[in-house]
Design a protein around this ligand. Structure first.
Ligand code: NAI
Length: 329
Protein backbone atom coordinates (compact mmCIF):
# COMPACT_ATOMS: atom_id res chain seq x y z
CA UNK A 1 0.00 0.00 0.00
CA UNK A 2 1.03 3.62 -0.49
CA UNK A 3 0.17 6.55 1.78
CA UNK A 4 0.19 10.09 0.42
CA UNK A 5 1.66 12.52 2.94
CA UNK A 6 1.60 16.29 2.53
CA UNK A 7 4.11 18.36 4.49
CA UNK A 8 3.66 22.11 4.51
CA UNK A 9 6.72 24.21 5.28
CA UNK A 10 8.77 21.31 3.91
CA UNK A 11 11.59 23.68 2.98
CA UNK A 12 11.99 24.77 6.61
CA UNK A 13 14.06 23.31 9.40
CA UNK A 14 11.55 20.86 10.88
CA UNK A 15 10.59 19.81 7.36
CA UNK A 16 14.20 18.95 6.60
CA UNK A 17 14.45 16.82 9.74
CA UNK A 18 11.08 15.12 9.09
CA UNK A 19 11.33 14.15 5.45
CA UNK A 20 14.20 11.70 5.75
CA UNK A 21 12.71 9.88 8.71
CA UNK A 22 9.40 9.49 6.90
CA UNK A 23 11.18 8.20 3.79
CA UNK A 24 13.15 5.75 5.95
CA UNK A 25 9.91 4.19 7.24
CA UNK A 26 9.94 5.62 10.78
CA UNK A 27 6.39 6.92 10.41
CA UNK A 28 4.40 4.03 9.00
CA UNK A 29 6.76 1.09 9.25
CA UNK A 30 8.84 -0.90 6.78
CA UNK A 31 5.96 -2.21 4.66
CA UNK A 32 4.15 1.01 3.74
CA UNK A 33 5.31 2.99 0.72
CA UNK A 34 4.99 6.76 0.86
CA UNK A 35 4.27 9.47 -1.67
CA UNK A 36 5.39 12.90 -0.45
CA UNK A 37 3.91 16.24 -1.42
CA UNK A 38 5.96 19.20 -0.25
CA UNK A 39 3.88 22.37 -0.04
CA UNK A 40 5.74 25.66 0.30
CA UNK A 41 5.35 29.35 -0.38
CA UNK A 42 7.32 30.66 -3.37
CA UNK A 43 10.25 31.82 -1.18
CA UNK A 44 10.56 28.31 0.29
CA UNK A 45 10.35 26.36 -2.98
CA UNK A 46 14.13 26.26 -3.57
CA UNK A 47 14.80 24.72 -0.17
CA UNK A 48 12.01 22.18 -0.68
CA UNK A 49 13.28 21.31 -4.16
CA UNK A 50 16.77 20.84 -2.73
CA UNK A 51 15.38 18.50 -0.08
CA UNK A 52 13.57 16.58 -2.82
CA UNK A 53 16.89 16.10 -4.66
CA UNK A 54 18.46 14.80 -1.48
CA UNK A 55 15.52 12.46 -0.90
CA UNK A 56 16.22 11.04 -4.35
CA UNK A 57 19.87 10.59 -3.38
CA UNK A 58 18.82 8.77 -0.22
CA UNK A 59 17.64 5.92 -2.51
CA UNK A 60 14.84 5.09 -0.07
CA UNK A 61 13.06 1.91 -1.15
CA UNK A 62 9.77 3.05 0.44
CA UNK A 63 9.68 6.42 -1.28
CA UNK A 64 7.49 6.17 -4.34
CA UNK A 65 7.34 9.80 -5.40
CA UNK A 66 8.09 13.38 -4.29
CA UNK A 67 6.30 16.44 -5.62
CA UNK A 68 7.13 20.04 -4.72
CA UNK A 69 4.52 22.74 -5.18
CA UNK A 70 3.29 26.11 -3.96
CA UNK A 71 -0.31 25.37 -5.01
CA UNK A 72 -2.44 24.12 -2.12
CA UNK A 73 -4.82 22.17 -4.41
CA UNK A 74 -1.90 20.18 -5.84
CA UNK A 75 -0.20 19.87 -2.46
CA UNK A 76 -3.23 18.29 -0.76
CA UNK A 77 -4.42 16.27 -3.77
CA UNK A 78 -5.34 12.77 -2.55
CA UNK A 79 -3.53 13.34 0.73
CA UNK A 80 -4.08 10.76 3.51
CA UNK A 81 -1.93 12.46 6.15
CA UNK A 82 -1.35 16.21 6.24
CA UNK A 83 1.43 17.59 8.43
CA UNK A 84 0.92 21.35 8.69
CA UNK A 85 4.34 22.58 9.75
CA UNK A 86 4.67 25.87 7.86
CA UNK A 87 3.42 28.86 9.84
CA UNK A 88 4.05 32.54 10.22
CA UNK A 89 6.51 33.19 13.05
CA UNK A 90 6.07 36.15 15.39
CA UNK A 91 8.08 39.03 13.94
CA UNK A 92 9.58 41.93 15.91
CA UNK A 93 6.89 44.13 17.41
CA UNK A 94 4.12 41.80 16.25
CA UNK A 95 1.12 41.73 18.58
CA UNK A 96 -0.66 38.47 19.34
CA UNK A 97 -3.68 39.58 17.30
CA UNK A 98 -1.42 40.17 14.26
CA UNK A 99 0.11 36.72 14.70
CA UNK A 100 -3.29 35.05 14.92
CA UNK A 101 -4.52 36.97 11.88
CA UNK A 102 -1.42 36.10 9.82
CA UNK A 103 -1.78 32.42 10.68
CA UNK A 104 -5.51 32.55 10.02
CA UNK A 105 -4.54 33.63 6.51
CA UNK A 106 -2.56 30.38 6.16
CA UNK A 107 -4.62 27.79 8.05
CA UNK A 108 -8.05 28.94 6.80
CA UNK A 109 -7.20 28.45 3.10
CA UNK A 110 -5.28 25.25 3.86
CA UNK A 111 -8.31 23.84 5.72
CA UNK A 112 -10.46 24.63 2.66
CA UNK A 113 -7.92 23.08 0.28
CA UNK A 114 -7.82 19.93 2.42
CA UNK A 115 -11.63 19.65 2.32
CA UNK A 116 -11.63 20.07 -1.45
CA UNK A 117 -8.67 17.90 -2.42
CA UNK A 118 -7.59 15.43 0.25
CA UNK A 119 -8.57 11.75 0.45
CA UNK A 120 -11.88 11.11 2.28
CA UNK A 121 -10.16 9.72 5.40
CA UNK A 122 -7.54 12.49 5.70
CA UNK A 123 -5.92 13.09 9.09
CA UNK A 124 -4.36 16.47 9.78
CA UNK A 125 -1.63 17.19 12.33
CA UNK A 126 -0.81 20.83 13.06
CA UNK A 127 2.73 21.59 14.20
CA UNK A 128 3.06 25.26 13.21
CA UNK A 129 2.41 27.66 16.09
CA UNK A 130 0.15 28.72 17.69
CA UNK A 131 -0.62 25.07 17.00
CA UNK A 132 -3.91 24.56 18.90
CA UNK A 133 -5.58 27.63 17.46
CA UNK A 134 -4.17 27.05 13.97
CA UNK A 135 -5.74 23.58 14.12
CA UNK A 136 -9.03 25.13 15.25
CA UNK A 137 -9.00 27.50 12.28
CA UNK A 138 -8.09 24.75 9.79
CA UNK A 139 -10.79 22.42 11.16
CA UNK A 140 -13.43 25.16 11.05
CA UNK A 141 -12.52 25.92 7.43
CA UNK A 142 -12.54 22.29 6.26
CA UNK A 143 -16.22 21.89 5.49
CA UNK A 144 -17.30 18.27 5.52
CA UNK A 145 -14.18 17.00 7.31
CA UNK A 146 -14.99 16.05 10.92
CA UNK A 147 -13.11 18.13 13.52
CA UNK A 148 -11.89 14.83 15.04
CA UNK A 149 -9.60 14.46 12.01
CA UNK A 150 -7.54 17.46 13.19
CA UNK A 151 -5.07 17.41 16.03
CA UNK A 152 -2.17 19.57 17.16
CA UNK A 153 1.22 18.53 18.44
CA UNK A 154 1.87 18.50 22.19
CA UNK A 155 3.94 15.33 22.04
CA UNK A 156 7.21 17.26 22.18
CA UNK A 157 6.10 18.66 25.55
CA UNK A 158 5.18 15.17 26.73
CA UNK A 159 8.48 13.71 25.56
CA UNK A 160 10.33 16.49 27.37
CA UNK A 161 8.32 15.86 30.54
CA UNK A 162 8.94 12.09 30.46
CA UNK A 163 12.64 12.66 29.84
CA UNK A 164 12.94 15.10 32.77
CA UNK A 165 11.11 12.72 35.07
CA UNK A 166 13.22 9.75 33.96
CA UNK A 167 16.42 11.71 34.49
CA UNK A 168 15.38 12.80 37.99
CA UNK A 169 14.44 9.23 38.90
CA UNK A 170 17.58 7.79 37.30
CA UNK A 171 15.41 5.44 35.23
CA UNK A 172 15.31 4.67 31.48
CA UNK A 173 12.82 6.96 29.76
CA UNK A 174 10.77 4.09 28.36
CA UNK A 175 9.91 2.95 31.89
CA UNK A 176 8.16 6.30 32.52
CA UNK A 177 4.57 6.40 31.29
CA UNK A 178 1.36 8.38 31.58
CA UNK A 179 2.65 11.95 31.75
CA UNK A 180 -0.05 13.83 29.84
CA UNK A 181 0.05 17.46 28.79
CA UNK A 182 -3.16 19.42 29.32
CA UNK A 183 -4.27 22.60 27.54
CA UNK A 184 -2.32 24.77 25.17
CA UNK A 185 1.07 24.18 23.51
CA UNK A 186 2.44 27.30 25.21
CA UNK A 187 4.05 28.33 28.48
CA UNK A 188 0.68 27.78 30.20
CA UNK A 189 0.67 24.03 29.41
CA UNK A 190 0.27 21.63 32.32
CA UNK A 191 2.52 18.56 32.32
CA UNK A 192 0.77 16.27 34.79
CA UNK A 193 2.65 13.59 36.71
CA UNK A 194 -0.14 12.70 39.11
CA UNK A 195 -0.99 9.50 37.21
CA UNK A 196 2.55 8.77 36.06
CA UNK A 197 4.12 5.37 36.55
CA UNK A 198 7.73 4.31 36.55
CA UNK A 199 8.38 0.65 35.85
CA UNK A 200 4.68 0.13 36.57
CA UNK A 201 4.70 1.78 40.04
CA UNK A 202 3.41 5.26 40.98
CA UNK A 203 6.09 7.81 40.03
CA UNK A 204 5.17 10.24 42.82
CA UNK A 205 6.27 7.78 45.52
CA UNK A 206 9.66 7.21 43.89
CA UNK A 207 9.96 10.94 43.32
CA UNK A 208 9.27 11.83 46.96
CA UNK A 209 12.28 9.73 47.99
CA UNK A 210 14.52 11.76 45.69
CA UNK A 211 13.19 15.33 45.70
CA UNK A 212 11.45 15.38 49.09
CA UNK A 213 8.61 17.86 48.71
CA UNK A 214 7.02 16.84 45.39
CA UNK A 215 4.58 19.81 45.02
CA UNK A 216 7.44 22.31 45.46
CA UNK A 217 9.61 20.43 42.97
CA UNK A 218 6.75 20.41 40.47
CA UNK A 219 6.10 24.15 40.85
CA UNK A 220 9.67 25.35 40.99
CA UNK A 221 11.63 22.88 38.91
CA UNK A 222 9.71 20.43 36.77
CA UNK A 223 6.89 22.47 35.23
CA UNK A 224 9.04 25.54 34.41
CA UNK A 225 11.80 23.30 32.99
CA UNK A 226 9.36 21.53 30.65
CA UNK A 227 7.45 24.67 29.68
CA UNK A 228 10.64 26.66 29.01
CA UNK A 229 12.65 23.87 27.40
CA UNK A 230 12.25 25.45 23.96
CA UNK A 231 13.92 28.65 25.22
CA UNK A 232 16.66 26.60 26.89
CA UNK A 233 17.43 24.84 23.60
CA UNK A 234 17.61 28.17 21.77
CA UNK A 235 20.00 29.53 24.39
CA UNK A 236 22.32 26.51 24.36
CA UNK A 237 22.12 25.55 20.69
CA UNK A 238 21.74 29.02 19.23
CA UNK A 239 18.74 27.79 17.27
CA UNK A 240 15.29 26.37 18.01
CA UNK A 241 14.45 22.73 18.70
CA UNK A 242 14.15 21.11 15.32
CA UNK A 243 15.14 17.44 15.41
CA UNK A 244 13.24 16.81 18.65
CA UNK A 245 10.17 18.57 17.22
CA UNK A 246 10.39 16.43 14.07
CA UNK A 247 10.83 13.31 16.18
CA UNK A 248 7.78 14.17 18.29
CA UNK A 249 5.79 14.77 15.10
CA UNK A 250 6.74 11.27 13.92
CA UNK A 251 5.67 9.84 17.32
CA UNK A 252 2.32 11.67 17.19
CA UNK A 253 1.39 10.75 13.61
CA UNK A 254 2.61 7.15 13.94
CA UNK A 255 0.52 6.64 17.08
CA UNK A 256 -2.52 8.20 15.43
CA UNK A 257 -2.19 6.02 12.33
CA UNK A 258 -1.06 2.78 13.96
CA UNK A 259 -2.53 2.99 17.50
CA UNK A 260 -1.18 3.25 21.05
CA UNK A 261 -0.74 0.65 23.77
CA UNK A 262 -0.97 3.29 26.53
CA UNK A 263 -1.79 6.98 26.97
CA UNK A 264 -0.09 9.75 25.14
CA UNK A 265 -0.87 13.46 24.66
CA UNK A 266 -2.43 15.24 21.72
CA UNK A 267 -4.42 18.41 21.30
CA UNK A 268 -7.80 17.21 20.04
CA UNK A 269 -11.27 18.67 19.73
CA UNK A 270 -13.05 18.80 23.06
CA UNK A 271 -16.50 17.28 23.50
CA UNK A 272 -16.63 18.82 26.96
CA UNK A 273 -14.31 16.32 28.66
CA UNK A 274 -12.93 17.52 32.00
CA UNK A 275 -14.93 20.75 31.66
CA UNK A 276 -12.96 21.95 28.61
CA UNK A 277 -15.40 23.98 26.46
CA UNK A 278 -16.72 22.02 23.52
CA UNK A 279 -15.02 22.69 20.20
CA UNK A 280 -11.68 23.90 21.60
CA UNK A 281 -8.58 22.03 20.45
CA UNK A 282 -6.97 21.28 23.77
CA UNK A 283 -4.33 18.79 24.85
CA UNK A 284 -5.60 15.78 26.80
CA UNK A 285 -4.37 12.36 27.78
CA UNK A 286 -5.45 10.26 24.80
CA UNK A 287 -5.31 6.79 23.33
CA UNK A 288 -5.43 6.06 19.64
CA UNK A 289 -7.64 3.18 18.54
CA UNK A 290 -8.37 2.35 14.86
CA UNK A 291 -7.12 5.75 13.71
CA UNK A 292 -9.22 7.77 16.17
CA UNK A 293 -8.03 9.69 19.23
CA UNK A 294 -10.00 8.94 22.41
CA UNK A 295 -9.65 11.13 25.48
CA UNK A 296 -8.82 9.04 28.56
CA UNK A 297 -11.81 9.69 30.78
CA UNK A 298 -12.55 9.32 34.48
CA UNK A 299 -9.20 10.55 35.86
CA UNK A 300 -9.23 12.19 39.25
CA UNK A 301 -8.15 15.82 39.02
CA UNK A 302 -7.22 17.49 42.32
CA UNK A 303 -7.73 21.21 43.01
CA UNK A 304 -4.17 22.16 42.17
CA UNK A 305 -4.26 20.35 38.81
CA UNK A 306 -7.71 21.84 38.14
CA UNK A 307 -6.33 25.37 38.55
CA UNK A 308 -3.46 24.61 36.16
CA UNK A 309 -5.73 23.07 33.54
CA UNK A 310 -8.24 25.92 33.83
CA UNK A 311 -5.50 28.55 33.33
CA UNK A 312 -4.24 26.95 30.12
CA UNK A 313 -7.76 26.36 28.81
CA UNK A 314 -8.61 30.01 29.57
CA UNK A 315 -5.74 30.99 27.27
CA UNK A 316 -7.21 28.79 24.51
CA UNK A 317 -10.59 30.45 25.01
CA UNK A 318 -8.94 33.87 24.63
CA UNK A 319 -7.21 32.77 21.43
CA UNK A 320 -10.48 31.36 20.07
CA UNK A 321 -12.34 34.56 20.91
CA UNK A 322 -9.60 36.63 19.25
CA UNK A 323 -9.76 34.66 15.99
CA UNK A 324 -13.55 34.75 16.13
CA UNK A 325 -13.41 38.53 16.45
CA UNK A 326 -11.16 38.56 13.36
CA UNK A 327 -13.84 36.63 11.47
CA UNK A 328 -11.63 33.56 11.10
CA UNK A 329 -14.09 31.13 12.67
P1 NAI B 1 11.12 27.42 9.60
O1 NAI B 1 10.95 28.91 9.57
O2 NAI B 1 12.48 26.84 9.45
O3 NAI B 1 10.23 26.79 8.43
C1 NAI B 1 8.91 27.17 8.18
C2 NAI B 1 8.66 26.95 6.71
O4 NAI B 1 7.28 27.15 6.46
C3 NAI B 1 9.42 27.89 5.80
O5 NAI B 1 10.14 27.16 4.82
C4 NAI B 1 8.33 28.73 5.15
O6 NAI B 1 8.64 29.11 3.82
C5 NAI B 1 7.15 27.77 5.22
N1 NAI B 1 5.82 28.39 5.14
C6 NAI B 1 5.42 29.58 5.65
N2 NAI B 1 4.15 29.81 5.30
C7 NAI B 1 3.73 28.76 4.58
C8 NAI B 1 2.52 28.45 3.92
N3 NAI B 1 1.49 29.29 3.92
N4 NAI B 1 2.44 27.28 3.24
C9 NAI B 1 3.50 26.43 3.19
N5 NAI B 1 4.69 26.70 3.78
C10 NAI B 1 4.80 27.84 4.47
O7 NAI B 1 10.42 26.93 10.92
P2 NAI B 1 10.55 25.50 11.66
O8 NAI B 1 11.67 25.55 12.63
O9 NAI B 1 10.55 24.43 10.65
O10 NAI B 1 9.21 25.49 12.52
C11 NAI B 1 7.95 25.39 11.89
C12 NAI B 1 6.82 25.68 12.87
O11 NAI B 1 6.78 24.67 13.87
C13 NAI B 1 6.93 27.00 13.62
O12 NAI B 1 5.65 27.61 13.66
C14 NAI B 1 7.33 26.58 15.03
O13 NAI B 1 6.94 27.53 15.99
C15 NAI B 1 6.56 25.30 15.14
N6 NAI B 1 7.00 24.38 16.20
C16 NAI B 1 6.01 23.69 16.87
C17 NAI B 1 6.33 22.79 17.86
C18 NAI B 1 5.26 22.05 18.58
O14 NAI B 1 5.60 21.30 19.52
N7 NAI B 1 3.98 22.19 18.25
C19 NAI B 1 7.73 22.53 18.23
C20 NAI B 1 8.69 23.29 17.45
C21 NAI B 1 8.32 24.17 16.47
Amino acid sequence: MTTTITITGAGGQIGYALLFRIAAGDLLGPDEKVRLRLLEIPQGLGAAEGAALELQDGAFGLLEDVEVTDAAATGFDGCDLALLVGARPRGPGMERGDLLAANGGIFGPQGRAIAENAAPGVRVTVVGNPANTNALIAAASAEGVPAERFSALTRLDENRARAQLAQTLGMPVDTVRRVPIWGNHSASQFPDISHATVAGLPASEALAKIVGDVPTWLEQTFIPRVAKRGAEIIQVRGSSSVASAASATIDHVRDWALGTDDWTSAAVVSHGEYGVPEGLISSFPVRSIDGEWHVVEGLEIDDWARTRIDASVAELVEERDAVRALGLL
